[in-house]
Design a protein around this ligand. Structure first.
Ligand code: SF4
Length: 374
């Protein structure tokens, strides 16, 4: 695995870029090349992000020739809705089709109570960063069929635009915890972050964005060097190398020591609160000894610990410990003074574990061969 691309074999098929994937600076450059006035850039951005135009033709204060030029060079929407599961006051899961026939999932979570320290009335969107994933964490459906490709910046931004359009609600919290390892698609992630946080763009504050990573230590440092105060969540799931090795293949590339070195660097640079995610799997990583080591590591970073009882994934044999043991594990960490939450998965009933819906769809179409039971 290389740090940036996670050994991507397939590339995105050539297709005209979408306006959703352009930063303000990109548009200024493009309009300059066409000898168009700079104020036109603001008009285009207002149509996209403020008025939520449905097409380039809707941009009525642009002249017909400018609209034609834009249409020749750019696509508009990049995703089409396939299904929505869930209802308005529960977790909703969206399956979107991409231009090349692949699928991505996006989840809307209302009232993310206490999640990553946020207020209860926030509407959180959980977005995908890749189709599939190369990292193969043992509990995760997204990695079951490997990596198909990176999502482009416009496909990342497009997920947020689509869920806002379809739900009629404004997203005010974004978590990169859907399909894919966001830090393995860092170039496109950075561009998408610029568009999502730009005041001219989706205008969502960096403090309301959380990136979840399996632990790509060198890229964590790169993220720390960005000026924006993005929050970071680490899929830790094992407090020692021997346990983490069983669950997270990425640990053989960057072990716990390297990972925590990068986390300390991140903490020093950004001083943002880190979250250590810990999925509890029966008989694998749920010993109280692991809880004690986890607590010690979290304390050193002043990190929050989020304990997540394992959610069953079709095709995988892991089991969730009983509730009593989950509470015991949680209390062992919490009693050391570490802020500890235990999240009961809201989307348990709608294939909310990342990647399951897309896996079913692509398996049924024969796009991938996945170990899904009939
Ligand atoms: S948990 Fe994240 S990094 Fe691991 S396989 Fe799933 S999508 Fe990839």
């Amino acid at each position: 695995m290389s740090t940036d691309t996670a050994s991507i074999k397939s590339t995105t098929p050539p297709i005209s870029p979408s306006l959703f994937g352009l930063t303000k600076d990109d548009l200024v450059e493009i309009f300059k090349q066409h000898d168009e006035k700079p104020y036109r850039v603001d008009q285009v951005l207002e149509w996209i992000y403020k008025h939520r135009a449905g097409s380039i033709d809707d941009m009525l204060n642009l002249s017909q020739p400018i609209r034609e030029k834009l249409k020749q060079q750019f696509r508009f929407k990049t995703l089409s809705k396939v299904t929505i599961q869930g209802s308005e006051d529960t977790t909703r899961k969206y399956l979107f089709k991409l231009h090349d026939g692949r699928y991505v999932e996006t989840v809307l979570i209302p009232a993310s109570k206490g999640l990553y320290g946020d207020k209860a009335d926030r509407l959180t969107a959980c977005v995908s960063s890749q189709v599939g994933c190369a990292y193969g964490c043992k509990f995760c459906a997204s990695g079951l069929a490997g990596l198909a490709r990176n999502l482009t910046a416009d496909e990342i931004v497009g997920q947020l635009m689509m869920v806002e359009e379809l739900s009629g609600q404004k997203v005010n919290n974004v978590v990169f915890m859907g399909m894919g390892e966001p830090l393995a698609n860092f170039k496109n992630l950075e561009k998408a972050l610029d568009i999502i946080t730009g005041q001219w763009g989706m205008n969502i504050g960096a403090r309301h964005i959380t990136i979840s990573t399996s632990g790509l230590a060198p890229v964590i440092k790169k993220l720390a060097d960005r000026p924006q105060q993005i929050r970071l969540a680490i899929s830790l799931h094992g407090a020692t190398d021997d346990v983490r090795d069983k669950i997270m293949p990425v640990n053989s590339k960057w072990n716990i020591e390297e990972l925590f070195n990068s986390l300390h660097y991140y903490k020093e640079k950004s001083n943002k609160r880190l979250t250590l995610e810990y999925i509890l799997i029966k008989g694998v990583n749920d010993s109280l000894e692991q809880a004690r080591i986890l607590a010690k590591r979290a304390k050193g970073l002043k990190a929050l610990v989020n304990v997540i009882p394992y959610n069953t994934v079709e095709g995988l044999d892991w089991e969730r410990p009983d509730d009593e043991h989950c509470y015991k594990f949680r209390n062992t960490v919490r009693d050391t003074g570490v802020v500890t939450t235990m999240r009961i998965e809201k989307g348990h009933d709608i294939d909310a574990a990342c990647g399951q819906l897309r896996l079913k769809q692509e398996s049924s179409e024969g796009i991938i061969k996945a170990p899904i039971k009939a």
